[in-house]
Design a protein around this ligand. Structure first.
Ligand code: NAD
Length: 466
């Protein structure tokens, strides 16, 4: 049985209240996690504050080497982490491999960036002067992460924070505190990071999460999660202009034009809408399909969807695993699929479930007033809306916040012209947008979902100040 403990100032403590962690496919208890509270967050922030000057004062190669040892430890546990990811998140093996390898790549990138440039030499304003701009760490960074890619989403913030001399307090999602918290704490410990450099406070959102979100001792709060919680954090931070960065959800569009190769588009639709059961922030939750391609596209999608196997990732080698929780399943089924059908959407396939296993679902005749269109679905649903022109597709797409989008067309230049007008951080032409890489993440990635300095291929400006 695993335990996700408090890891504060280099010490693991497991006393205090705890809650159970489930294996998502079976419901069996996988372990427990400590329910951190406001006092624990206070202690963690104080430890991070005390450790920060010493950590920042280390040479860049020393910090880089520590990140490499951190990665070495995770790599030595690769098979175990894949299994943990499958059990704790309910993702299939390929998803687990994506997640663990993305975290390792992020560490490798940050280890290199740690020894890169730390600023610029500026043009002198006056004769005889030398002007320098040197990037210095922000200080203490609070990181709050969700359950869908717990290791890689934590690493996306933790690795560059540490690389540039910041210290961190991490609050992982409560459904995945092992992969999202305990595993990082153990790696930090094994890598010999000084006490207080990385602190982990597992716990529930409204308690540990909120205590960290509104802590006055942070130099940056980096939050990845739902729009709803992000808005509450933004409102609280606005009161005294606390620095925050928000990576929230979106309602991403998948545009199929009349001249598209519908077989290729349908193959990509499976990745875009159904990867990890549709539970990713970049999932396509609106398919805007030109009328002339609609019947062919629907047939190609349904043929593929009906061939998908749903099951326990540890036993069945399925294409899709379970949804993360009963709450999430109810949200998808009762909050989105059923009311959309009642409002006139047509159920073509799926729409049924057993336990947490939801059959991948295709809905057509989806109109812009239905929940399957207005909501970020976060479930294995392909909702199809027919449009009459590229202009209409763009107008509909842009009416909702998007992180990523795709456009399918037989004419690359037409695709480029449409992509320029789609207001998403990334627009992929004739490809599934889930197939990007952290290394390629473009500034503007989460346009309209995001506040703060953007992350991009060069992380330095996001984690330092000049
Ligand atoms: P969530 O907002 O419920 O929880 C995210 C984190 O916030 C968890 O650690 C949770 O404990 C914490 N939290 C919950 N309530 C809180 C509160 N009141 N104060 C402070 N912290 C609180 O989101 P989720 O259900 O875990 O994740 C799904 C959402 O995350 C989706 O909307 C998805 O689009 C989004 N997401 C975004 C990205 C991105 O990069 N933009 C990546 C992954 C997921």
């Amino acid at each position: 049985m695993h335990h996700a403990a408090l890891y504060i100032d280099g010490r693991f403590t497991a006393d205090g209240p705890t809650a159970a962690i489930q294996e998502k496919a079976t419901g069996a208890q996988l372990g427990t996690y400590s329910l951190g509270g406001a006092d624990d967050v206070d202690r963690a922030v104080a430890a991070a504050r005390a450790a920060q000057p010493g950590w920042a004062a280390l040479s860049a190669p020393a910090r880089s080497a520590a990140l490499t040892r951190f990665a070495d430890h995770l790599r030595s546990r690769y098979d175990e982490l894949i299994e943990l990811s499958m059990r704790e998140t309910g993702g299939v093996r390929a998803k687990a491999e994506d997640e663990v390898s993305a975290a390792l790549r992020q560490l490798a990138i940050s280890a290199v960036e740690a020894i890169g440039s730390a600023g610029d030499i500026l043009q002198p304003y006056k004769e005889g002067k030398l002007s320098l701009s040197r990037s210095v760490p922000l200080g203490v960074v609070g990181v709050i992460t969700p359950w869908n890619y717990p290791l890689s989403l934590a690493m996306r913030a933790v690795a560059p924070s540490l690389a540039f001399g910041n210290t961190v307090v991490l609050k992982p999602g409560e459904l995945t505190p092992l992969l999202g918290g305990q595993v990082l704490a153990e790696a930090a410990d094994a890598a010999g990071l000084p006490p207080g450099v990385l602190n982990v406070v597992p716990g529930d959102g409204p308690q540990a999460g909120w205590a960290l979100a509104e802590h006055r001792g942070l130099d940056l709060l980096d939050f990845t999660g739902s729009r709803e919680v992000g808005l509450a954090i933004a409102a609280s931070a606005a009161a005294d202009l606390r620095p925050i960065r928000l990576e929230l959800g979106g309602d991403n569009a998948f545009i199929v034009l009349d001249d598209a190769d519908v077989e290729a588009a349908a193959a990509c639709a499976l990745i875009a809408s159904l990867e990890f059961q549709g539970q990713t922030c970049i999932s396509s939750s609106r398919h805007l399909v030109h009328r002339d391609a609609a019947d062919r596209y629907l047939e190609a999608v349904v043929r593929r969807v009906e061939a998908l196997r749903v099951g326990d990732p540890m036993r069945d080698d399925p294409d899709l695993g379970p949804l993360i929780s009963r709450t999430q399943l109810n949200r998808v089924h009762e909050g989105i699929v059923q009311p959309s059908i009642t409002a006139g959407a047509k159920l073509i396939t799926g729409g049924t479930y057993e336990g947490l296993f939801y059959r991948p679902t295709v809905l057509t005749e989806v109109t812009p007033d239905m929940p399957a269109y207005t909501e970020e679905i976060f479930g294995p649903v392909v909702p199809i809306t027919v449009v009459d022109s590229a202009d209409q597709a763009i107008e509909l797409a842009n009416a909702h916040p998007m992180l990523m989008s795709s456009v399918f067309t037989g004419d690359l230049m037409r695709g480029m012209a449409v992509a320029e007008r789609v207001k998403a951080g990334e627009v992929h032409i004739n490809d599934a947008h889930a197939r990007h890489g952290a290394e390629n993440q473009q500034p503007g990635f989460t346009r309209r979902q995001w506040i703060g300095v953007q992350r991009g291929p060069l992380d330095l400006p996001a984690w330092t100040r000049p």
